[in-house]
Write a protein that binds this ligand. Structure first.
Ligand code: GLC
Length: 721
């Protein structure tokens, strides 16, 4: 449709029809599906009336349902305005790739692009118009269950991976039925909830907000994301969905965002719980005044917006602007002409779980796994005869993560399947040994596990945190392995030292005792559909682990928040970190540093960092220099290495972090091969927000290093002049 036609359509709409365009309902209200709704139940709503006027639906199952929903709505809508169909496709639709926190460990933007492109193909065939993705909330506290859903604790890594996903998902023309629009979320700073508790209030300084929490949203909007979702939390006292400073001053005016703002699930109605709205009508007013365009579920807008306009409490122009943004996206997607967009049952059968997609998912699972420890145990020998596979995850199918699509476990390649695919002739003995739930206390099965372990050539301990222990509404106050898993691990490892642990979890866990007990640990996160094949290939060296931690792993939950880009304090704790130092910033009972730091990860080979050389010693405003880091594969196996570049600004007008990632690049090296990795460092990459909130860099020394967080090497200084 032309702009004029859209305007004419808007002018023809009644107030109720305009309000309806700003309402999103659960598809399950109109068509039976097995999908879990993604929020609390609310009051029953008038389905028939809503079906006629609503502008969008969320959470449907497949192309058949997508078409049925569109048909159902268009059959009752006199204005023939097609629905927007939205879905949470966070890391794969039917072919599930690793959780985002694991993808961050790959440090591979191109791999992220491949995975997002795969998800786009499956999502468009399913009939998805908008995916509620990427989630790029900076998360520095693993008590928060949604840390699994973001790529990293690190703003730059989150920014680059989020933007890569947006570009791959949206393509260059949304009217192409194979492309899907992105909704970046959750704006803003949802990951900084007090005490690591989901939905909790967030109090942040402007500088921390701008330095660490906002960049990734901005990067995704700059990459073209058409929608953004305000977060549930209050930010410095005002819930995001009603936060004019965030939603109008920053998002609309300063960033110039002209796309759609869609609330999170009943976040408008929840303004009453927050205590800033007296009732649902007041909530609708506050959200509309903050230019929140779409009210997701529970329909505060449906029930009150028309009245608010009639009472002149809310201007019709504000409502019209919101409706026009919705109509424009529908028009850009080509829905007026092709309301089904990419929905295609035949295409679903063709692309879902196809060999190409499985290969991508398997490679992603391999490249996001992090080898935390390896005392000469891995890789196992291929001529092994007797394998013991032990633990509550030994035969687990739920290795996909909280935001995998419901039913994903039906398609998971389990560990036994993966091992048998690789070593069909080896003897494989499987013993569960114990449970992995909080309430599991039974340890009778451990004896059998010990017996089988003792008689094996190699032992695989498959342990972790159940899939539904992380994700939305899944915060934990402790981060230990649930149930009697550590007892199982201790007794099995005592029976056979040739043991490697496979860890399945959605958040950083406290692995202090595990690390002291076992000789090898492979952090698999929730690797998705190809879990078993990836794990087997990693264990036996068909794939060489190359993941680097996208978030540090704590020694204790008491260390949180534990950002890698921490401040030095006026009394920094002198090294070594293993003992308290009076009158320094330290703990009496624990080292300061994480157990495993951001950017850490081992390989089956070894890499030697030989030099870091800068092309210039000085850097002018808007100038750039080249930094060349020479790395050699000094081992006897080919491998991939993520070369990381860090900065430190030792003296500035505000305190600056002891380390800040400013670039990274993943390289592949054969044994003995040497590479010169050249980074271009632009002056603007070194800028920060000063006391006045302006983004500046200041004259003076900048230290550039490589290695990984808390283990920086080859430091060279340049000077900003
Ligand atoms: C949920 C989540 C959000 C998701 C939305 C729709 O509550 O907070 O990330 O996209 O509802 O399912």
């Amino acid at each position: 449709m032309t702009e004029q036609a859209l305007k004419a359509l808007l002018d023809s709409m009644t107030l109720e029809e305009k309000a309806g365009q700003l309402v999103q309902c659960n598809a399950g209200m109109f068509i039976a599906n097995e999908l879990a709704i993604t929020g609390p139940d609310g009051e029953p709503l008038p389905a028939e009336e809503l079906c006629r006027v609503m502008g969008s639906v969320l959470t449907f199952e497949d192309a058949e349902q997508a078409k049925a929903l569109q048909d159902m709505h268009l059959a009752s809508d006199p204005k023939q305005i097609p629905l927007l169909l939205m879905l949470d496709v966070i890391h794969g639709l039917r072919t599930t790739y690793p959780i985002p926190l694991a993808m961050g460990c790959s440090f591979d933007d191109d791999l992220m692009t491949e995975c997002a492109d795969m998800a786009r193909r499956e999502s468009s065939a399913c009939g998805v118009h908008v995916t509620f993705n990427p989630m790029v909330d900076t998360a520095r506290d693993a008590r928060w269950g949604r840390i699994l859903e973001t790529n990293s604790e690190e703003p730059l890594l989150n920014s680059r991976m989020g933007a890569a996903l947006v570009r791959a998902t949206q393509g260059d023309d949304l009217s192409n039925p194979e492309n899907v629009a992105c909704c970046v979320k959750h704006f803003a700073a949802y990951g900084a909830g007090e005490a690591g508790r989901d939905y909790n209030g967030v109090e942040l300084s402007e500088r921390s907000l701008m330095q660490d929490y906002l960049p990734a949203y901005k990067a995704c909007l700059d990459a073209g994301a058409r929608l953004i979702m305000p977060s549930f939390n209050s930010l410095n006292g005002v819930p995001s969905v009603a936060n004019k400073k965030l939603m109008i001053d920053l998002l609309r005016k300063e960033w110039g965002f002209e796309g759609i703002v869609i609330s999170d699930y009943n976040a408008v109605g929840e303004l009453v719980n927050h205590g800033i709205a007296a009732d649902m009508k007041d909530a609708a007013r506050l959200a509309m005044e903050a230019e929140c365009d779409i009210d997701m579920v529970q329909c505060a807008y449906y029930q009150h917006l028309a009245d608010l306009v009639r009472e002149r409490t809310v201007s019709e122009a504000t409502v019209d602007a919101a409706v026009m943004r919705v109509l424009k996206l529908k028009n850009e997607l080509g829905l007026f002409e092709h309301p089904y967009h990419g929905a295609d049952e035949e295409k679903e059968r063709e692309v879902y779980l196809c060999a190409e997609h499985r290969e991508i998912a398997r490679r992603a699972a391999e490249e996001s796994a992090v080898l935390l420890k390896n005392e000469g145990i891995l890789p196992f020998r291929k001529d092994v005869k007797r394998i013991a596979l032990i633990g509550p995850f030994a035969e687990e199918t739920r290795l996909n993560g909280f935001w995998s699509r419901p039913g994903a476990e039906r398609y998971t390649v389990t560990l036994p399947e993966g091992i048998r695919n690789l070593l069909p002739d080896a003897e494989l003995n499987i013993v569960r040994g114990c449970g992995a739930n909080f309430e599991d206390t039974e340890t009778a099965g451990i004896a059998e596990a010990v017996r089988v372990a003792a008689g094996a050539d190699v032992v695989i301990l498959a342990v972790g945190e159940p899939e539904d222990y992380s994700g939305e509404g899944r915060s934990r106050a402790e981060l230990s392995l649930p149930g009697p898993q550590m007892q199982l691990i201790r007794e099995v490892t005592a029976a056979n030292r040739n043991t490697a642990v496979l860890l399945f979890n959605g958040r950083p866990l406290v692995l202090t005792e595990l690390t002291e007990t076992v000789p090898a640990i492979l952090e698999m996160w929730y690797p998705g559909t190809e879990a078993g094949n990836a794990a087997a290939r990693l264990l036996w060296g068909e794939a060489n682990p190359c993941g680097k931690l996208s978030a540090g792993l704590p020694r204790s939950v008491g260390q949180y928040p534990m950002p890698y880009n921490r401040m030095n304090t006026g009394r920094p704790k002198p090294l070594p970190d293993d003992r308290a130092v009076p009158f320094s910033s330290c703990y009496l009972d624990m080292p300061n540093l994480p157990l495993y730091s951001f950017g850490y990860g081992l390989s089956y080979t070894s890499f030697t960092y030989e030099s870091l050389i800068t092309s210039e010693r000085t850097l002018k405003e808007n100038g750039e220099i080249q930094v060349t880091i020479t790395v050699q594969n000094t081992g006897n196996t080919a491998g991939k290495e993520t070369v990381q570049l860090y900065m430190r600004d030792p003296v500035a007008s505000v305190v600056r972090p002891v380390q800040q990632l400013i670039d990274y690049r993943k390289i592949s090296l054969r044994p003995g091969e040497r590479a010169e990795v050249v980074f271009t460092v632009r002056e603007e990459q070194l800028r920060f927000y000063n006391m006045e909130g302006r983004e500046v860099s200041e004259r003076g020394e900048i230290r550039l290093s490589t290695g990984y967080a808390d283990h920086l090497i080859l430091t060279e200084s340049i000077e900003i002049i």
